[in-house]
Design a protein around this ligand. Sequence first.
Ligand code: MEV
Length: 436
Amino acid sequence: MNKELQGIFKGFSKLSKEERLQALQEVGALTSSEADYLSRGGLKDTTLGEKFIENVIGYFQLPLGVATNFNIDGKDFVIPMAVEETSIVAAVCKSAKWIRETGSITTEVVGSDIIGQIQCAKVKDFAKFEKQLLSQKNFMIEIANREVAFGLVRRGGGVKDIQVRRVPRGDGTDMAVVHVLMDPCDAMGANIMNQVCEFLKEPIEQFTSEKVTMCILSNLVDSKITRAVVHIKTIDADLAEKIEEASLFAQQDPYRAATNNKGVLNGIDPILIATGNDWRAVEAGIHAYAARDGQYRSITRWFRDGEGGLKGVFEAPLIVGTVGGVTTLHPTAMMCMKMLGTKSANELSRVIAAVGLVQNLGALKALTTVGIIEGHMKLHTKNLALGAGAEEREIPMVQKKLEEILAVRKRISLSNAIDVLKELRDSATRASSHPQ
Ligand code: MEV
């Protein structure tokens, strides 16, 4: 265990922003110029943004925080999270601390290949198409690797297999879908996969005399699955049962599964964003995988281990890259990647899966005990104060009053904040017009 990191994790949330940046520099997670860059508000010059997208008019800023207390596969991490929702970072740090004290997080990636699809919408004879295509499979793998994926081949990756799937058109006939399986090494692989598929269009048409109608990668990468396991060795029996019940709820009921998975993604998306990864692709893959047996289910499972402990498992495709794209172009993403210190795309994927699972644990624990409002709303009081129009100096007073209301009524809203602020200002006016 990294003693230095454990040291800065302690009381990190109580530090000021400047002290946090200082602490991160002390453990080598940030350089002084990176801390300075963050202090100055990050990227401002839109030249880079204009290289990424069209019609640029500025940047949209999200808060960047760090998740502390994570020890994954025996290694400590400082985990950057770019997210706007109150209490996500606090909740995940709290659960990670609990696990650090009483359990472990282990992870693995099973499989290595991503999937590309080549559609032939109207094949005359599927069996003939399949036979012709598979007879040329090795040749097609060879030319795709030689002409397009040679960079990956040099690093031990590249196209590994070509398969054919029969997909019913719904009118009694079939379409043929060719799957290209490719190891993208440390890249997310979308661009190279699309190039491989488009390159194979011509040979496929030549070998089969059928028309290729479209080529694109698939985000449902069930050929490369990331798994994270949390094991809490001792836990209150009642709490363990409640979490198991909550998990069953999310397994069996799609309405609950959607919200459960949103909570898991609360941990996943912020790291994807901070590291410049394509969160839409990961979201699409996770949701599709969650529905793979025909019913949308939870991508996490929690169960008692039979020895007084609790186990949780996250299992889904979580395809990320550590080379190419925004990850290696956006200065904040590059800084976040460095801060994380993951050595490969697989390690990054494993860390992200672990954070998603731990985020889920925190949500289930809160939901099955005190409820979500208590922790969330306590942290949300500042947003409400700001939303009501409170000025910097008024915020602590409005927050304090809102906390009192929350403690008594168990709920607070923006209208409470507006009332509290009005009262505060009225009494300040009264006091100034009637000085003692
Ligand atoms: C809120 O952002 C996330 C939760 O709804 C997740 C869940 O219900 O498991 C609390």
